[in-house]
Design a protein. Structure first.
Length: 535
């Protein structure tokens, strides 16, 4: 790809007309300088060949970079192609090669000249993406030696997007060199250009200009104002970035807290083992991925999707078993229920630790969920964005179940007035078992989501259970809209406060605010209404 870019760049330079017209005699000195082995002469020859339009410049410079260029002490420069050699000046194969060929050596000065030659030729390549990539690279280098190449590229560039990058590279290059007399207006314009670009690279350049005593006062003042403006924008984008992280964390809390909201709202059970359902869901995801990798590797890219229904069914089945085998004997005894589920959580943790070991396991993120894209000054990672979308789909599906299915109707009836629902013929024990299973299945889905942003370990659920209970109480027990609002508020609030006051202080501040709110509104933001609830 690099060689092709050079070839296209030289062809474009030939079309536009080179400053030096090629002839074997005109380029003899450049080839001789390249063959001399003196690094300064080689660097000068590289720059001359790059600007010459000579068709042999591309293969010669490419061979030099790939350590395939050889010289002879008797005179001559040769390119090795497999087992054969060609004359570097003419490109023609040679019948007899000199016996004393030696490879051309490189140092940092020569490598820098080669990089500059490549950038100069890529700036006039016919492909837009090649020119854009070259302009972006030059912005990061701000090498004063490349300023003529940038000016030449700007004089012929027609694409607006590439021109913007070239102007940014030109501004950075101008400010990267020492100020000269009569260039004050040019440097001032470059300062304003970089101030509009923003980012850490531009801030570093402007900060060095603002601190330079040799700069003109108005240039230093403009650079200082540009640094202040960039700092303000960086702080604002940092807040937005943390808010995005808060959205992904709030999405995990939403998935976990919806299960708690159902079990607590329908059954009045404080399930301290709910976090362990998340843990089991994460381990199920890991097991599904390992099983697919061993039996059907072609399905590995979609293993995370296949793990979703498996984790829901596994955790939902375990939830039904827990309700039928333990919880149903403790209804009306909240303290015993809390202690029993807490003991169950310890048992589940130790069981997983004995089976899978105490070390963390990593669920590999598929390629289609890897990477990120820039949105303004934010870096949007695909896996966190997918968690946010997944949480929205799960919440929408759960609302559809609660509003459009017989089970949902029965669960809402039991939540609002259990005794009246039983008198109307609803089998409340069956509803309790299915509700507990549904809540545990939702916790399993939360485990699938959290496996993409966290390591899988036996203590995974303990990191989310307290925040999940806070979400349920703050939003209103049994109300999904309240759970959504509380999850996003707590998730985003904590992540925004963390950079300012620290992670621990942010947790304390959020907890204090929730306590103060609950004192004024004991039933949360969106309380469930019903005769049984209100009584």
């Amino acid at each position: 790809m690099r060689k092709a870019g050079w070839l296209s760049g030289v062809m474009a330079a030939l079309v536009m007309g080179a400053a030096i017209v090629f002839s074997p005699l005109a380029h003899a000195d450049e080839f001789d300088a390249l063959a001399s082995g003196h690094f300064e002469d080689m660097a000068g020859a590289i720059a001359t060949l790059a600007a010459s339009g000579n068709p042999q410049a591309v293969p010669v410079l490419h061979a030099l970079e790939e350590h395939q260029l050889f010289a002879s002490s008797q005179g001559g420069l040769f390119i090795r192609q497999g087992e054969n050699y060609v004359d570097a000046r003419t490109g023609q194969p040679v019948s007899a090669t000199p016996p004393d060929l030696h490879p051309m050596r490189l140092n940092n000065r020569v490598r820098k000249a080669l990089a500059g030659a490549q950038a100069e030729m890529e700036l006039v390549a016919p492909q837009r993406d090649v020119r854009l990539k070259a302009a972006t690279a030059l912005y990061g280098r701000h090498d004063p030696a490349l300023l003529p190449a940038i000016d030449h590229a700007l004089s012929v560039e027609k694409d607006s997007g590439v021109r913007v990058k070239l102007e940014e590279a030109r501004a950075a290059t101008i400010l990267g060199q020492a100020p000269v007399e009569g260039a004050q207006s040019q440097r001032l314009e470059a300062v304003h250009t970089l101030a509009g670009v923003g980012g850490l690279e531009a801030r570093g350049i402007l900060a060095s200009v603002a601190a330079a005593s040799v700069e003109a006062p108005d240039v230093r003042k403009a650079a200082s104002e540009g640094v202040s403006a960039i700092d303000w924008h960086l702080r604002m984008w940092s807040v937005f970035q943390n808010a995005f992280y808060g959205l992904s964390y709030g999405s995990v809390l939403l998935l976990a807290a919806t299960g708690l909201a159902i079990t607590f709202g329908v059954m009045g059970v404080i399930n301290m083992a709910h976090g362990e359902m998340m843990m089991i869901g994460a381990y199920t995801t890991w097991m599904v991925q390992q099983g697919i990798r061993a039996t059907a590797p072609m399905l590995e890219p979609v293993s995370i999707l296949l793990a979703i229904p498996v984790a829901f069914l596994v955790c939902g089945t375990i939830g039904v078993v827990i309700e039928r085998g333990l919880i149903r004997f403790l209804y009306g005894r909240p303290l015993e229920t809390l202690l029993a589920t807490w003991g169950l959580s310890l048992i589940l943790q130790q069981a997983v630790r004995s089976i899978f070991g105490p070390t963390n396991l990593a669920v590999e993120t598929p390629l289609w969920l890897s990477g990120s894209f820039a949105l303004g000054g934010m870096d949007i990672t695909l896996n966190r964005l997918a968690i946010f979308i997944f949480a929205g789909l799960v919440l929408g599906g759960l609302m559809l179940v609660l509003r459009r299915t017989p089970l949902g109707l029965q669960m809402r009836a039991v939540t609002q007035n259990r005794r009246m629902a039983a008198l109307m013929g609803i089998r409340t024990p069956r509803v309790d078992a299915l509700a507990f299973g549904l809540g545990a299945g939702l916790a399993g889905l939360a485990g699938v989501a959290v496996s993409q942003i966290d390591n899988v370990s036996p203590n995974l659920g303990q990191s989310y259970i307290i925040d999940s209970f806070m979400v349920v109480v703050f939003g209103g027990v049994g109300n999904l809209w309240g759970t959504l609002a509380a999850a996003m508020a707590l998730g985003m609030g904590g992540k925004i406060l963390e950079p300012t006051i620290g992670a621990v202080s942010a947790k304390i501040a959020i907890l204090v605010l929730v306590i103060l709110y609950i004192q004024r509104h004991p039933r949360g933001m969106f309380p469930v209404r019903g005769r049984g609830v209100e009584s």
